[in-house]
Design a protein around this ligand. Structure first.
Ligand code: NDP
Ligand code: GDR
Length: 376
């Protein structure tokens, strides 16, 4: 049983993984501290259900304003909290956006990691504080070996991946140089109903649910031939915690070991809505048309409707065409097994987005025309 006094600090607590990890650690009896960014509107939707009023006698979840670009802020929070475990999940995490904002991405994703590790050292917390770094399968980029494992060479293909490469190595370096218990989790894509709306899986499930109810007309996609190894975020955050409970720090690949295309994900999502699709055309001219409809989940659609087109603006300057992870080390050393398959996760995401679309459609039917953002 975990001691009730254990404290964790999560950067990126308002994000997909941060929200699931916070739930998980609270369940384990941790006092959870999270860093949230100041925003002009509330940005805590993913953690509102676990929010605790700071006026209560002993809140177990505490939020601190902060930013990975701010050294003094991070150092002050670490000094105040003196956490047993730091989970560095905060990042500008969108690969396509990193081509638009490369310097910011480097500052937050690469130097932000250094700032945290330096703060641990500066405060003399090397022996107390364990550190988890959210590393990524994007490090493999132009893949050198299939499937990718802990020893596969890296070849990053975006400013995001290059920044994460620095973060990976500075984590290893602080482990070797200063004896900090620091681990990299090299996580392959993981998704959930809480996934940001512009990542491909959520864009598909949300877009198709909206189209099924007549809130949008068409899904505009980039490279639908890209191959990914998808898992459920809930399974993957469990592993982040497991990594910090070992006797010695090590790096692990976390993946499902199964590979599918973006096109497959579109087909599964459509199937959840009772739709059979037909893909015709090639390259930028490829389209997906409704070939058959079953059930009543897509009342706005007819056979023959075009529901997907390619828009080259979603192509990336350099693409990661395929990823497939080998999670053998995590399975053997930590006994980790993912519980949710990619198809089950897709069904959960479509169901959640269909519910949201139904609420939206109801508002629309009553004259409240809330605009649906089409930005991908
Ligand atoms: P999200 O994009 O959902 O969450 C990112 C979090 O980082 C948000 O809380 C965000 O805050 C915060 N953040 C962004 N910029 C800053 C900043 N300058 N200072 C402090 N916090 C900041 O990502 P995920 O939850 O999906 O991923 C978690 C981590 O794991 C990320 O580091 C990501 O790169 C990495 N990763 C993710 C994978 C995946 O498939 N999901 C796979 C491999 C690695 P706000 O809510 O205010 O935007
Ligand atoms: P990725 O995830 O880049 O792998 O990074 P994303 O879901 O954005 O893209 C996956 C693949 O789908 C292709 N794609 C599209 N992607 C988006 N976003 N929008 C589209 O319209 C579209 N069409 C096709 C992409 O080109 C790509 O090949 C995610 C992030 O969570 C990172 O932070 C994390 O490190 C990696 O996963 C592992």
């Amino acid at each position: 049983m975990i001691s009730v006094e254990k404290k964790a600090l999560i950067t990126g607590i308002t994000g997909q993984d941060g929200s699931y990890l916070a739930e998980f650690l609270l369940d384990k009896g941790y006092e959870v501290h999270g860093i949230k960014r100041r925003a002009s509107m509330f940005n805590t939707q993913r953690i509102d259900h676990i929010y605790q009023d700071p006026h209560e006698p002993h809140p177990k979840l505490k939020l601190h304003y902060g930013d990975l670009s701010d050294t003094s802020n991070l150092t002050r929070i670490l000094r105040e909290v003196e956490p047993d475990e730091v989970y560095n999940l905060g990042a500008q995490s969108h690969v396509a956006v990193s081509f638009e904002a490369p310097e910011y991405t480097a500052d937050v994703d690469a130097i932000g990691t250094l700032r945290l590790l330096e703060a641990i050292r500066f405060l003399g917390l090397e022996d107390k504080t364990r550190f988890y770094q959210a590393s990524t399968s994007e490090l493999y980029g132009l893949v050198q070996e299939v499937p990718q494992k802990e020893t596969t060479p890296f070849h990053p293909r975006s400013p995001y991946a290059v920044a994460k490469l620095y973060a990976y190595w500075i984590t290893v370096n602080y482990r070797e140089a200063y004896g900090i218990f620091a681990c990299n989790g090299i996580l392959f894509n993981h998704e959930s109903p809480r996934r940001g709306e512009t990542f491909v899986t959520r864009k598909i499930t949300r877009g198709l649910a909206n189209i099924a109810l007549g809130l949008e007309d068409c899904l505009y996609m980039g490279n639908i031939n890209a191959l990914r190894d998808w898992g459920h975020a809930k399974d993957y955050v469990r592993m982040q915690w497991m990594m910090l409970q070992q006797d010695a720090p090590e790096d692990f690949v976390i993946a499902s070991g199964k590979q599918y295309s973006v096109r497959d994900f579109i087909v599964w999502s459509a199937r959840e809505l009772g739709l059979t699709l037909e893909f015709t055309g090639e390259g930028v001219d490829e389209i997906a048309t409704v070939a058959a409809i079953e059930g009543d989940k897509a009342p706005a659609l007819n056979v023959g409707d075009v529901i997907m087109r390619i828009d080259p603006r979603y192509f990336r300057p350099a693409e990661v065409n395929m990823l497939l992870g080998d999670p053998t080390k995590a399975k053997e050393k930590l006994g980790w097994e993912p519980e949710v398959t990619a198809q089950e996760m897709c069904a959960e995401m479509v169901a959640a987005d269909l519910k949201a679309a139904q609420r939206h459609a109801l508002l629309k039917a009553h004259g409240h025309d809330v605009p649906v953002s089409l930005e991908g």
